[in-house]
Design a protein around this ligand. Sequence first.
Ligand code: MRU
Length: 365
Amino acid sequence: MIVNGKPQRTIWLGDDGVTVEIIDQTRLPHEFIIVEMKTMDDAATAISDMLVRGAPLIGATAAYGMALAMNNDSTDDGLKNAYDVLLATRPTAVNLRWALDDLLALLEPLDAGERVAAAYTRAAEIADEDVEMCSSLGEHGRGIIEQIWNDKGKPDRINVLTHCNAGWLATVDWGTAMAPVYKAHDAGIPVHVWVDETRPRNQGASLTCWELGQHGVPHTLIVDNVGGHLMQHGEVDVVITGTDRTTAAGDVCNKIGTYLKALAAADNNVPFFVALPGPTIDWTILDGVADVPIEQRDPQEVTHLTGLGSDGAITTIAIAPPDSPAANYAFDVTPARLVTGLITERGVAQASEEGLAALYPERVQ
Ligand code: MRU
């Protein structure tokens, strides 16, 4: 994507060939700050403190985290420690485990002296592959948007509703749910996006609005409870979200509140699509409600708000009585029966075991 007129990814290797650079997403949209990661601990902190977030980007960051770890200690102990530390950073997005397993399988059989170069090479490949997958799923999703637009007689505006940030900031480039939107916009389809603010961390307001604005895509920020009302009034043509982990049977775990949007979409006959690259599928589980670990974060994210103060400084304010307990569930699961289709790099799958198996036959055990 283009930022301030320049092509930009969310993660890249620095000029010294060792340091890895990222955008600090906790500072957007107010400040565009690039952070250098020089150690595996830097990468672990970037993931757990959400300087980087979004399932595909978490995976790419973990891969580079393994490379940074090998640069410091490429012994068997160093490898195992890096795997354990990075795996513990966030529990829900399965791309984290996928990337770490990939690096571990590659590095374990190698001599310690070969591990640094191999890890950097593979991390760069994982980043490049993510860009290709997101671009490709974006094309498949553009086809869906175009079809709906054609079926409705090419209205002046086609309305997509999205939740959280599944744009290019959640991946290495292009995004998942927003890749079809960028491709449709670039193809001249008059797409407009309703952006859920996405409490408590407001990734929709701070990240999705920012990146859509940078690309010139018309959009409107709404609070999280508006979607159902808009659907009842014919103001949503399609919902497209991302996912942090989708089971082999098509249950979709995504940012908290996604399930309620899927229920409203079903009640109003609005198609509900989920966009994801293959590494977001967890082939080891079928039942998302029972088996996906749901991250619970600091209750302060619920009791407080962070934003730009009138003095121009980023500031945090309380919105609840200090003694009221708060619960902060970060994700929920939308059962496959509520999902119209899964937009992948290989095409659009039915959200079912058979649908996913047809697209990924090599994963069927
Ligand atoms: O907690 P986050 O910001 O890492 O959550 C990730 C998300 O932004 C969404 O759940 C997204 O839809 C899936 S990641 C492409």
